[in-house]
Design a protein around this ligand. Structure first.
Ligand code: SF4
Length: 367
């Protein structure tokens, strides 16, 4: 099982403080949670709730919404009440929206020290309000909005500068006895991100929110995020993650889910293993795989399904799959547990796989 594999391959989770974002525990060895952020105008309550529902269905644990205007702040209480997952308010520039978010019952508030003007003067008041409502604060430092003083001192957004900014901001809250904090130090470069979080994890025990900021379009952005997260999580660093992609937020959730499942940090759902195709292929493997993927979207059983382009390496190569197909001569050999059980015309492969998957799920609900 993935969990025990993770224990033998990954370093133990680094001990961090535990806090509650709504009903989702973060830190203290709790499961690594997945976050995303809505792209709708928060003031458009209906659209925002619709997107939150899509994210929830995709497996998102915690959602963040932007609060750039008073109308957005006014929408928070309805969104918080109707969302089934915890809602974090993301505040830049305006300290008064921090109070509005706390009042609205947001599960946490994210502030960016580089972008919240006069935040330092307000920390006492914010700490008081947050403590009264039990609202954690995320100190979210981004390379692009680093404090100008630190930028001048370090020359650029180095790991040291990012960490110094975050810890300085934490110290202001600590002076007021407020420690319900989590931290992110995001950079667009995975190596800088890794170095920054390593340094941060040596210097504090707050739970850490991992992210490569402005990671880019779906493919390179996913790879950058996966690279940084895999290194850090394998070292036991990271309590909650977000992949920041220039793609619909549901894709971010899928990417994070794949990363956690690949590392054995989240139970597997359905997995499709498919061959890369080669000169022996007797079917268009890419199209067939896409059709299988679409047909099994949301299938609730954690089956491993193999799609193989030829019979040469069919069931043998995919022996560990629960179910699969190997193709040849316009036909598909459907195999279960490494044994061919039937042969169907190419046009019926997807249908046959779904039938067999349902049969397997029925006979063994644990698959
Ligand atoms: Fe090539 Fe067949 Fe292997 Fe696919 S299963 S990569 S087609 S040899």
């Amino acid at each position: 099982p993935a969990g025990s594999e993770a224990q033998s391959v990954l370093a133990a989770r680094r001990p961090t403080r535990r806090l509650l974002v709504g009903d989702v525990p973060v830190g203290g060895g709790e499961p690594v949670s997945i976050q995303s952020m809505t792209t709708t105008a928060t003031a458009d309550v209906e659209a925002t709730l619709r997107q939150i529902a899509e994210l929830t269905a995709a497996g998102c644990d915690i959602v963040r919404v932007a609060v750039p205007t008073q109308d957005d702040a006014d929408a928070l209480s309805t969104i918080v009440r109707k969302s089934t997952i915890p809602v974090i308010a993301d505040i830049h520039f305006q300290p008064r929206y921090v109070f509005a978010a706390i009042d609205a019952g947001c599960a946490a508030v994210r502030v960016n020290p580089g972008n919240v003007k006069r935040l330092d003067d307000k920390v006492g008041e914010i700490s008081r309000a947050a403590r009264e409502r039990g609202t954690p604060i995320r100190i979210g430092v981004n390379a692009g909005s680093l404090d100008p003083r630190l930028l001048a001192e370090h020359g650029r957004a180095t790991p040291e500068a990012l960490v110094e900014s975050a810890l300085w901001e934490c110290s202001l809250f600590e002076e007021h006895g407020f420690t319900d904090l989590k931290i992110s130090v995001k950079h667009h470069d995975p190596l800088t991100t890794i170095a920054a979080y390593r340094l941060l994890s040596e210097r504090c025990d707050y739970p850490l929110h991992l992210g490569v900021t402005e990671a880019g379009p779906a493919l390179p952005g996913s790879i950058k995020s996966a690279t940084a997260f895999a290194v850090l999580l394998s070292e036991g660093i990271g309590d909650t993650i977000r992949a920041s992609l220039s793609a619909p937020p549901v894709e971010e959730v899928k990417v994070c889910t794949h990363i956690l499942q690949s590392l054995g940090l989240r139970p597997r759902t359905l997995e499709i293993i498919s061959c890369p195709s080669c000169g022996r292929a007797q079917v268009d493997v890419y199209t067939l795989t896409a059709k299988v993927e679409a047909a099994f979207d949301g299938f609730p059983h954690p089956l491993r399904i193999a799609v193989m382009g030829c019979v040469v390496n069919g069931p043998g190569e995919a022996r560990e799959a629960d179910l699969g197909v190997s193709c040849g001569n316009g036909k598909g050999q459907i195999f279960v547990g490494g044994t061919v059980i039937r042969t169907v015309p190419e046009g019926h492969i997807v249908e046959a796989l779904v039938e067999e998957a349902l049969r397997l799920a029925e006979t063994d609900p644990a698959v």
